[in-house]
Design a binder for this molecule. Sequence first.
Ligand code: K1U
Ligand code: ZN
Length: 173
Amino acid sequence: MTLRPILIHPDPRLKTVCKPVTDITDDIRRLADDMLATMYDAPGIGLAAPQVGVLGRMLVMDCVKGEDEAPKPMVLINPEVIWSSDERSTYNEGCLSIPEQYGDVERPASVRVRWTGIDDKDHEDQFDDLWATCVQHEIDHLDGKLFIDYLSAMKRQMITRKMQKLKREQARG
Ligand code: K1U
Ligand code: ZN
């Protein structure tokens, strides 16, 4: 298992519409393990393949909250939202590709999603609460969309400038 570096916005790979994953190969199984390890290490509750520079439609997540509850690592390949509730919920979202920046995003409160599992089987389930927010945030990544795209142009520009500065500082070492 290898921790993979997480790309920081702005990066053209985070703006790309990702291609479907066609086969569950050993490379894909390794990527799933690496993405879960990278997500837990960050720490985060989700991670999409483009955030580690792989432009395929695959994401991992685990939104279990309490330390007394068993972890629930999930790997979703080629996920598709097949139903969204009319009810909306707002969450102050963050993103591992936009560290330490947050913004309120309104999304459907519940979604039904169909995907292929790492077991190569078809799955379908309803997601609610934080799971619903997270799976929509991660599917947005697969479509080249970031949570800041839901914010005002002024807030988005302010955050983007901060990230450009952070990347310049990181490059200087
Ligand atoms: O996709 C990502 O960048 C991961 C992101 C997922 C997410 C967060 C909030 C709302 C929707 C989606 C994160 O995991 S940011 C870190 C985070 O939220 C967190 C970190 C530690 C404990 C609990 C939450
Ligand atoms: Zn994100």
